[in-house]
Design a protein around this ligand. Structure first.
Ligand code: B4P
Length: 184
């Protein structure tokens, strides 16, 4: 049973690697960013609320994202495992997730941190050019990452082993390193 949480700055390659790994293992890839963007496209109440935060590079409020993840993790297909990408992004979300996994009997998750320097992240995101990939918004996302999400590295390191991967390599090299640490 594989359950993996991806940590890392915006543009670290969480989405890219999570998708590859989930396809390989035939388990669901649960990306909070993708679910929020789909909500926006479908103009659901959640998507509409999330838009103002995402456009500015801010985090969507914890409660909204937590409810969304809770609903998703309760679905039947998660029984075979999952890859969680983009959640948790705050210590509050991590505490919430820990309690939720205990309740659902889905513990035993591996936590992987993708390390990538700022200049690489900025170059990758500018090249991708999504709506929230303008230079100003990317810089804000990095600030938010440092203040809200980076503390999760200590949070998880002090509770369980945190697997660290060099995300500043080619896609294939990152995938190979990931597969190795997840299998170990
Ligand atoms: P996300 O959708 O999670 O996006 P991300 O952090 O920008 O990207 P990721 O790290 O997945 O990078 P990717 O693989 O795509 O978040 C967007 C927004 O949603 C947040 O700012 C926030 O507002 C909101 N949100 C989401 N979750 C939330 C939560 N839990 N709480 C509150 N708010 C939340 O890679 C980026 C680019 O790099 C791609 O073009 C890719 O092709 C390229 N790339 C990847 N790996 C590469 C490599 N090794 N070499 C070269 N290029 C590479």
């Amino acid at each position: 049973m594989t359950r993996v949480i991806f940590l890392g700055p915006p543009g670290a390659g969480k989405g890219t690697q999570a998708k590859t790994l989930a396809d390989n293992l035939n388990i669901p890839h649960i990306s909070t960013g993708d679910i929020l963007r789909q909500g926006l496209k479908d103009q659901t109440p959640l998507g509409v609320k999330a838009q103002t935060y995402m456009d500015k590079g801010e985090l969507v409020p914890d409660q909204l994202v937590e409810e969304m993840v809770q609903e998703r993790l309760k679905q039947d297909d998660t029984k075979s495992g999952w890859i969680l990408d983009g959640f948790p992004r705050t210590v509050n979300q991590a505490v919430f997730l820990g309690e939720l996994l205990r309740k659902l009997n889905q513990n035993g998750e591996k936590v992987v941190n993708l390390n990538v320097p700022d200049d690489t992240v900025i170059a990758r995101l500018l090249e991708r050019g999504r709506k929230d990939d303008s230079e100003e918004v990317i810089r804000r996302r990095l600030e938010v990452y440092r203040s809200e999400t980076a503390p999760l590295i200590d949070y998880y390191s002090s509770r369980q082993s945190l697997l660290s991967i060099n995300g500043n390599q080619s896609l294939e090299e990152v995938t190979a390193e990931l597969k190795k640490v997840i299998a170990s």
